[in-house]
Write a protein that binds this ligand. Structure first.
Ligand SMILES: [Zn+2]
Length: 301
């Protein structure tokens, strides 16, 4: 049973907004985050097909102020931490240096954070708060073409296709330790530890590219008689791109915007035109006259 579903990643949305707004230094990180999400969703689907004959809970994207765990599997016998990696190529972990590397077909070697060390860090934290259950961890390689070359002996690293077998083996080797009531209490304890943190990007917002951006050619659209129009594509926005622009503002700058900030960001001269647009968008607001601020919501598109 999934008690904490995987939320659409705010970090991915922020990075996408940052790249769209001219901060190209985040492009590589965006690709990495997107690959990670593909891996997590791939592994999530494995649970749907599994036939486990014991009650269990799944907590995806479990976050505390200092830990972010891809998935927690909780049952009355143990708690299993899943560290999910979506990495293509041949991977290797040096048992002495702990370095985690992957080699691509063309011979390129790249280093990554060691997922075993990451999982052990989570394990130590959870073991302190949950002394009543064994806290286990496993690194799950989501990509079916990842080749495990050399890893420390008995290191818990598996391919996602082996997840069901791995979990069943664990279920048959541990005795039940909690009653249903105790398990429920533990679940509540975990849910209380969970926080949703807004990620932060280190950007200089004064360098941010403003405007409603054309989704075909990415040029800034011009405001004309109540509409945003791309002069190159002759495309008229039906408010979708305007809402996306405001969503970018919300993710990168602030969730509140004044009429003045709205005009500066979107390149509109008239205070009245801006007021009409803001009214049309139906954004909730607070304050009166020049102190009025409109609340923008993060709009997933
Ligand atoms: Zn265009």
């Amino acid at each position: 049973m999934i008690v904490l579903p995987r939320e659409e990643s705010m970090r991915e949305a922020m990075l996408t907004a940052a790249v769209r707004r001219g901060f190209l230094e985040f492009q590589d990180e965006l690709i990495r985050v997107q690959q990670g999400l593909v891996g997590e969703f791939y592994v999530d689907r494995q649970w749907d097909d599994m036939r486990l004959h014991e009650p269990y809970f799944l907590l995806h994207d479990f976050q505390t102020p200092s830990h972010q765990i891809d998935t927690i599997f909780l049952c009355n016998k143990f708690l299993l931490i899943l560290e999910i990696k979506n990495i293509v190529g041949h991977i290797e972990i040096d048992s002495t240096t702990h370095q985690f590397t992957r080699k691509l077909k063309d011979g390129t070697v790249q280093g990554f954070r060691n997922p075993l060390n990451q999982a052990q860090r989570h394990q130590r934290m959870l073991a302190q708060c949950i002394p009543m259950l064994p806290i286990l961890y496993v690194v799950v390689l989501a990509h079916p073409k990842t080749v495990i070359e050399r890893i420390p002996q008995n290191a818990p690293i598996i391919h996602s296709s082996g997840l069901e077998f791995y979990v069943c083996e664990l279920l048959s080797s541990f005795p039940p330790l909690l009653t249903n009531e105790q398990l429920d209490q533990l679940l509540q304890q975990l849910l209380q530890m969970q926080v949703s943190l807004k990620p932060k990007l280190n950007i200089d917002v004064s360098l941010m590219r403003g405007g409603v951006l054309c989704h075909r050619c990415t040029r800034q659209m011009h405001y004309q008689h109540g509409d945003f129009i791309c002069s190159a594509c002759v495309l008229k926005d039906d408010d979708t791109l305007l809402r996306r622009a405001l969503s970018d503002y919300c993710l990168l700058v602030d969730e509140w915007i004044s009429n003045g900030q709205f005009r500066t960001f979107l390149g509109i001269d008239s205070i009245h035109a801006a007021k009409r647009l803001l009214k049309k968008l139906g954004l909730p607001y607070t304050g009166e006259k020049r102190f009025r601020k409109y609340h923008i919501l993060w709009n997933r598109q």
